[in-house]
Design a protein around this ligand. Sequence first.
Ligand code: G16
Length: 546
Amino acid sequence: MNELQLRIVRCPPFADQRMGTAGLRKKVRVFQQPHYLETFIQAVLDTLQLPPGAMLVLGGDGRYFNREALQVLMRLTAAAGVRHLVVGQHGLLSTPAASNLIRMRKAHGGFLLTASHNPGGPDGDFGIKFNMPNGGQAPESVTEAILRASQSLQGYRIAELPAIDLSRCGVQQHGPLVIEVVDPVADYQQLMERLFDFDRMAGWVRAGNRIVFDAFHGITGPYAQRILGGMLGASPADLLHTDPLPDFGGLHPDPNPVEGRHLVELCAGPDAPALAAASDGDGDRNMILGPACPVSPGDSVAIMLDGASLVPGYRQGLPGVARSMPTSRALDRVAAGLGIPCFETPTGWRFFCNLLEAGRIGLCGEESFGTGSYHAREKDGLWAVLFWINLLAARGDTVPGIVTAHWRRYGRHYYQRHDYEIPDAASAARLMEALRSRVVALGGTALGGGRVELADDFHYHDPVDGSESPRQGVRILMDDGARIVYRLSGTGTSGATLRTYLEQYQRDPAGLFCNPGEVLAPLGRLAASVAAIETHTGLRQPTMIV
Ligand code: G16
């Protein structure tokens, strides 16, 4: 068998290849600089030291620059001694499907080409993540080692390969390298069949319950067509924007009430479907709505836990659950009722992975429209939609019926996130430093008509591997159940985004049906004044509220 021809390319290192909340995300133009993509991949490969003959899973969300990057990725991994590449047809794999494939094939890991919910196209964003053999994103210790490797790199090794045709499924041999092109949906579909009661769900659709799903021209279109359309009988006309496009057809594939306002409006009107939902560019986020009822992500995961015993894959009970620290504490109440632990982790799905891997949790969720379970090591958008359909079918209830019953039983956690886009990242950093220096002194003081019960900068101690993650967000907990959290986003590609997370708990049945914007407005003003947002940034209002 012919050996691969290798070429060594010398170039200076890049100083800016630190991964954020989920992988390295930059403007497409940054990745298009000569050697930029190659050196980052080489830094990952040098850090991992994969065994000779290793197997990797490769795929992406179909965004602009995926095709070119995938060809480079195949040549670099081949040069590093990888001998089996499992690649999604046309280079496509949703993030949760890739996570599943890594685990099923017992691969040594996988590269995912995605910037998730960030905009695409030549002026948009590109990103790359490395997932470990357990299917989860590389932990902080690994991403820090990759950063160090990237900063001392003197070049990269690349194999000579012809342009690889990824348009047909099947196995190709290139010298000692096997490239297996796989159907991106098939294995994921089987996984879903093991978790949900598809007969019952299809019966629910046949009974006249309409599902509308928007894929935003991201990766979930083909999955939705096969699973929601093919298996459940959702009307093709109700599956929107299902062909993956490099620029997402000009849409911003971020499933939240702002980018998904057309779904919010549809659900507010007379033609509201029984369930409307959307996912993001790479298929790991979800938004759920019912007639006149957007479901906030913190409520969604709490409701899922509450109804888990009705869903086949969760009937056996769950050992525990987790949420990221800024996520609303609705989940904690259900977990307490069930007598199972609820872990609080920093933002970033990778923090859930240790707990999932150790069998300490079986369900987890985040305010950023992410929910997942033991079935994968990434959050999973379409899975969440299926979970809700299974719940609706099993309960014989509506989305608003389920949500309001939940509030009546547990109380309501009013919740909003106010984002401030700050062009100058340095002023955002100064704001956070000023807040950090003051926060501890706020403990026990009077603030905004209440008393501060706890004020700190969240420090996570991982109960599985003992690792420490300090400085994960400033939080102020009030004695009346209100909470403010501040942190800087780790997924943007220019300037900085200050996120302020607002939560107000309401137990009184008379106060369960108010407008969240009105309930949380005073807390929003308090958050802005405590952090002196206008003084530091000049911004008088949030740029976006979700
Ligand atoms: C990533 C992470 C999530 C996180 C989200 C937002 O999601 O995997 O855990 O909640 O970013 O992070 P930030 O607040 O730092 O912007 P995704 O869907 O973008 O990969």
